[in-house]
Design a protein around this ligand. Structure first.
Ligand SMILES: Cc1ncc(COP(=O)(O)O)c(C=O)c1O
Length: 380
């Protein structure tokens, strides 16, 4: 018996930051002490209520299949929390709970894309977006953004990229890997281009200068919002996210969720309720901590000679120019890992425009950031 990998599966590129992390874990198993700056993984503890609600649910035996759309109470609380954060009313029936925001993105790609259809996105971009588009038979169409204007996604350039095959436009604010926050007028102009908008809001709230930016959902009903508990609540390993979608998309999304994923673990969803029952001071505290770490990271990188052309106003990443050391970011990231035991994200992950750059995450503790910078100094 033999098999061949399908063209679509074969076209999926490795997630290089994960490749670095996985090699780092291998080195750790051999006893190495790796400083992890490659990944968007908050080092905070999740809110205590997330843990206690999940434990209580497990002890109660909440271990069965559930409603494919998710617990009604959780969808209701997410709708309330979204209204509190964004000032926008959504119906719990427009929400589907997913195992992280990643399956939510995949569901929407499956919903919208026929073979050959196009989806427009900014580059640098989160690595999974184009892979999810192409594994569904679509074609990612890139619009470059640049540090000089804060990686602004120019609505005129987006409009110029639209063809009869365009099915949707991605917008991520704050964004990974740039930390960029799109100005309100950009969000509005893109939402008003007349195409469905895919809004990745996983870093919403992780903005440092209090400049609130409203979701494109404020301007168009044809908006799909991806969000989850991984970043704001440091719950990456719980795998808990959700999708907010237009009403008329819900039946098809529910059909796919029932067949592709069935439902999300009940006790994990209870953890989500615990997170939403948490005092907002938890989020404020984390935001202030990131703020302090950001300054240490960026000052440190600049002292080491890396160019950091844009001071990131959101998320917890710095995209640093390393072309003076090596123009091949994958080779350089693995060199830093093997020689300095510091794991960083290769810029190539985020599109050819970010080749030669490295992404440094400041979601690790201040001590680990300092230790990573010290080791890099020695290695350089
Ligand atoms: C921009 C962005 N979207 C989505 C995700 C996926 O997160 P999760 O599946 O944990 O919700 C990530 C994770 O790093 C991300 O950075």
């Amino acid at each position: 018996m033999s098999f061949s990998v399908s063209t679509r599966a074969g076209a999926v590129r490795p997630f290089l930051a994960m490749e670095v992390m996985e090699r780092g874990l291998e080195l750790s198993r051999g006893g190495a002490d790796i400083v992890h700056l490659e990944f968007g993984e908050p080092d905070f503890q999740p809110p205590p209520k997330a843990l206690s609600y999940a434990t209580e649910a497990l002890n109660r035996g909440d271990i069965r299949y559930g409603d494919s759309r998710g617990l009604f109470e959780l969808r209701h609380r997410i709708a309330e929390a979204y209204q509190a954060r964004q000032g926008l009313r959504v119906d719990p029936d427009q929400i589907i709970i997913t195992s992280g925001s990643s399956p939510a993105i995949l569901l929407v790609m499956k919903l919208l894309i026929n073979p050959g259809d196009q989806v427009i996105l900014a580059t640098p971009h989160y690595p999974a977006y184009p892979n999810m588009i192409s594994v569904c038979g679509g074609e990612p169409v890139f619009v470059d953004t640049h540090p000089a204007d804060g990686y602004r996604l120019d609505p005129d350039r987006v409009r110029a990229a639209i063809t009869p095959k365009t099915k949707a436009i991605f917008i991520a604010s704050p964004a990974n890997p740039t930390g960029a926050v799109q100005p309100q007028e950009v969000v509005q102009a893109i939402a008003e281009l007349g195409l469905p908008v895919l809004s990745d809001e996983i870093y919403d709230g992780l903005i440092f200068d209090d400049a609130r930016v409203q979701s494109p959902l404020a301007y168009t009903e044809d908006c799909f919002v991806f969000d989850g508990f991984s970043k704001r609540f440091a719950m990456t390993g719980f795998r808990l996210g959700y999708l907010i979608a237009p009403r008329r998309a819900m039946r098809a999304l529910q059909n796919m969720q029932q067949n592709l994923f069935i439902s999300v673990s009940g006790f994990v969803q209870r953890a989500g309720l615990g997170a939403l029952d948490t005092d907002p001071a938890y989020l404020e505290q984390n935001r202030a901590t990131y703020w302090a770490r950001r300054d240490i990271m960026i000052r440190g990188l600049r002292e080491l000679g890396f160019g950091v052309p844009h001071f990131p106003p959101g998320a917890f990443f710095a995209l640093a120019d390393a072309r003076h050391i090596d123009t091949d970011s994958t080779r350089l990231a693995f060199r830093f890992l093997e020689d300095a035991l510091v794991a960083v994200g290769p810029g190539r992950d985020f599109g050819t425009i970010a080749e030669g750059f490295l992404r440094f995450s400041y979601s690790s503790s201040e001590e680990r950031i300092q230790e990573g910078l010290r080791r890099l100094k020695t290695a350089l």
